[in-house]
Write a protein that binds this ligand. Sequence first.
Ligand code: ADQ
Length: 456
Amino acid sequence: MSRLVVVSNRVAPIQEGEATAGGLAAGVLDALKQKGGLWFGWSGEVTATSEPTPEHTVGPITLFTINLSRQDYDQFYRGFANGTLWPALHYQIGLGRFEWPEFEGYRRVNDLFARALTPLVRPDDLVWVHDYHLLCLADSLRANGLRNRIGLFLHTPFPAPGVFMTIPSHAALIKAMCAYDLLGFQTEQDRTAFLDYVTRHAGGSADGLADGTVTIDGRVVRTGVYPIGVHVEEVRSQAETPINRRQATRMRANLMERLIISVDRLDYSKGLPQRFAAFERFLADYPAQHGLVTFMQIAPPSRSDIETYQRIRRELEAEAGRINGRFAEVDWVPLRYLNRSFARNVLMPLYAEAQACLVTPLRDGMNLVAKEFAAAQDPEEPGVLILSEFAGAARELDAALLVNPYDERGMAQAMDRALSMPVEERQDRHQAMLAVMRRNSLERWRDRFVADLQAG
Ligand code: ADQ
């Protein structure tokens, strides 16, 4: 069995095998905990110059990190990765910007990662790269002479070619992506969009090759679909640990009888303003629910040094105040808006307490909150998941109440339906979701990707 070398933009701080919150960190850590290996990426520090930091080891995992200079951070991370790529990958082209020097900064940091990583890689290592920050890494590693198998898993969606092509450097990006041996996507739709682009706009050919494989510039690139999952049993046991449950029940005693919950990073792709508007519509259209329902939105700020993120935060604060001002009573506040993260042993029991969960991103690669909520439910008394049809998770969790996040009235109706759904229907929907999630577990995501990378 080859050693696994994992590369992601950010190496999460870990203590004895536990990572901080976040889907990518949990998945990566899980992959490494099994067999050990190396994890390489940015330290999270911005320093005078970009330079590697001393390695350190936690259990079977060796961590190598690199600091970034202010210019590298601004051009690579704030600029091209989060200012250009992230909005385009999530179909939000109106929120994107593009500057050639930022794209050059992105390439420069991919080169920097490659130069620091190359001497650490042994000949039979498997290199598993994660996410949109490192689309050019394999190309940079190849330029350094690395001949190992290198795979990329894209945690975000891959958009329709017409959207991707709004990025002026799209051709260079795709060419660089084709230096990977294996490209993994969350859903079939993402993979098809990528193959569409490559065959129609980049001269790729799929003729006579196995399904999902293309040749481009004489190189064979394989693609696959690997929906990321959660540890179903672990989530459920966190949700029902007695001490955790007591805390959740206490929290709930302070709320009203019916709790609708949402948990997201504060990001414009998550559809928060549209969700607030839908909740307002629900309050206006269903006055019988006044005094009974609380909507709790937990949204810790992320990427807060980027203008678009500051803007959405201000907008949500104003909207939360306005909606409560319009509907609150002396003994009832309909919307609770919390700008912070919570430990998983608080979050999971809270999911189990809620009657419904609103997961309504405008686009999302997968959305692990949807899966965590479903996994946390009591099978006898499950809550209802209201899920955007534009989240990757909707491809698997079609037993949720699927909604269009741009349709306020449709979402308000779904809230009403969720709160009045008979228990048999809730149980049936929950069982169907559990069955899919048990099949497409986090272990399976990891094992299939690693096996396919090795087998190629
Ligand atoms: P994210 O966009 O971060 O991930 P998501 O899939 O929902 O979105 O994962 C977020 C994780 O952070 C979940 O495990 C959640 O429990 C945790 N989290 C969120 N808010 C929290 C809070 N307030 N307190 C504590 N924990 C919190 C990216 C892609 C997704 C893809 C994942 C994994 O954008 O589409 O599903 O990677 O591939």
